[in-house]
Design a protein around this ligand. Structure first.
Ligand SMILES: Cc1ncc(COP(=O)(O)O)c(C=O)c1O
Length: 465
């Protein structure tokens, strides 16, 4: 649908900027409106004469602004059909959200999160809106989830070799909601958990009074002796694992270890909750299919595959478990809004569209940051086969000290202790590589300065704030 001249003028608002040439200011305003969604990407812009009149500029100014937009990649112009708005590759492909890019001088890497895939997401929103009629005719309570989304997710498991029926899938508002529902239903007395682990889940267990028994995971794998002890301590309860590109270590559980986990789970009557949120972020050069822990209850999420703002996750279990969960009083409050489920269905139908680019960018950024930090005796790390972050072991300094120093340079980082169920990991630091290369250069420079500045790293380009 073509943007009208009045829509254009109203989207741009007061776009003139003192001291800035009209054409430049107009081009910046159009780009800004495309980025934050006030102007629709993919729609043709109004005819030039009408647009110039609506904006109160000459044809010459408008043409000059369009020239700038064309050169910078914001519009495509086809002879005879005018100009269509689009996002330039850097904007469409930016991997980290603005907070992690440091556009205001400060960089916040306390969360390792990919940015929204703007174009794919906006297109999915439009398609979901077109298909929303039947859903809007219902009550809005989706119970275990929209049938179309449950079928689609079941189909993905089946394609991957794990035959799954839609009744085995329950949709929630994200992986944390899925884990909260499972915890509320299973009411485990104890949980075996990884050290380090994704902190929000540890907090969830603590809040429900579940005792934690930890076992170590490092970049080179899971300590299976400790895992055995933890499963014994959590007998009759649950275990929470992230076998694929674990957060924060990035570790990938070997197939044999997966089978050991399943055997121990059976022996100690432990329900394994395998969180597969990071599974799609496979950065190996020639990925082989990933096995699954036999009989584990699987938890999935769109948060890393698509975007953290798409609040859709799911549980894959037996049909009996899913049936019980669907009757739990927290099922509805923890469910995803039906419109979100429609958007998720659009995006998860063809996840490769978003993921191919994301994996390429993450691989490049991981390798760049690893290259900047390699060979420095102040830390060591293993380049992870997937996920979103490096897990650095600092040689001499505590990571909370380094995080505080980095903060003074405008870089916020999570120290290792925040990932540990006990008081360990005090010398570890999680360093996400979700930001663009130029930001990663600054991250490495800040780290160099925060760790004493003796390294060969680049100089910090001035405090961020
Ligand atoms: C292992 C793991 N699980 C779950 C989540 C969050 O998932 P959601 O946003 O779907 O609740 C994260 C986010 O960082 C994560 O790392």
């Amino acid at each position: 649908m073509r943007t009208t001249d009045l829509q254009l003028a109203s989207a741009l608002g007061a776009w003139r900027r003192p001291g800035v040439a009209l054409a430049r200011a107009l081009a910046d305003a159009v780009g800004g409106a495309a980025l934050d969604g006030r102007l629709r990407v993919g729609s043709p812009l109004p005819a030039e004469r009408r647009a110039a009149a609506a904006l109160g500029v000459s044809r010459g100014t408008l043409t000059a602004a369009l020239d700038i937009l064309r050169v910078e990649g914001w519009v495509d112009t086809r002879h005879g059909s005018g100009s269509t708005l689009r996002l330039p590759p850097e904007a469409a492909m930016r991997l980290a959200p603005v907070s992690a890019v440091g556009e205001d001088g400060a960089i916040d890497l306390r969360s390792a999160v990919p940015a929204a895939p703007h174009t794919a997401y906006q297109q999915a929103l439009l398609r979901a809106a077109e298909r929303s009629g039947p859903v809007l005719a219902e009550s809005g309570e989706t119970g275990p989830g929209l049938p179309a989304l449950r079928s689609l997710i079941a189909g993905r498991y089946t394609e991957e070799g794990l035959v799954t029926r839609p009744e085995q899938i329950l949709i929630t508002s994200g992986a944390r909601a899925a884990l909260a529902l499972l915890t509320a239903h299973l009411r485990p007395r104890a949980a075996a958990v990884e050290i380090p682990a994704y902190p929000a889940v540890l907090a969830g267990f603590r809040a429900s009074g579940t005792r934690l028994a930890g076992f170590r995971v490092a970049a080179d794998g899971w300590d299976l002796d400790q895992l055995h002890d933890a499963f014994r301590a959590a007998a009759g309860g649950v275990a929470y694992l992230v076998p694929d590109f674990q957060n924060p270590t990035g570790a990938l559980m070997p197939d044999a270890a997966r089978r050991t986990v399943a055997r121990l789970a059976e022996r100690y009557r432990v329900t394994v909750m395998a969180d597969e949120t990071m599974r799609d972020l496979d950065l190996r050069p020639a990925p082989s299919p990933l096995e699954r822990i036999p009989r584990a209850v699987l938890v999935g999420s769109a948060a890393k595959t698509v975007w953290g703002g798409l609040r859709v996750g799911w549980i894959r279990g037996t049909a009996a478990l899913v049936g019980e969960l669907a009757c739990h009083p927290l099922c509805e409050p923890l469910s995803a809004a039906p419109t979100q489920q429609l958007v998720a269905a659009e995006l998860l139908r063809d996840p490769a569209r978003v993921l191919d680019h994301r994996r390429t960018a993450l691989r490049r950024q991981r390798d760049h940051l690893s290259g900047l930090l390699a060979g420095d005796s102040r830390w060591r790390f293993t380049v992870p086969p997937g996920g979103l972050a490096l897990w650095l072991r600092l040689t001499d300094v505590r990571s909370d000290v380094v995080a505080a120093q980095s903060s003074a340079y405008g870089l916020e980082l999570s120290p290792g202790q925040s990932f540990a169920a006990d008081a360990t990991c005090a010398h570890h630091l999680r360093l996400p590589y979700t930001s663009p290369i130029t930001t990663l250069d600054r991250v490495a420079a800040v780290l160099d300065a925060a760790c004493g500045g003796q390294g060969q790293g680049p100089r910090v380009p001035g405090p961020g704030r």
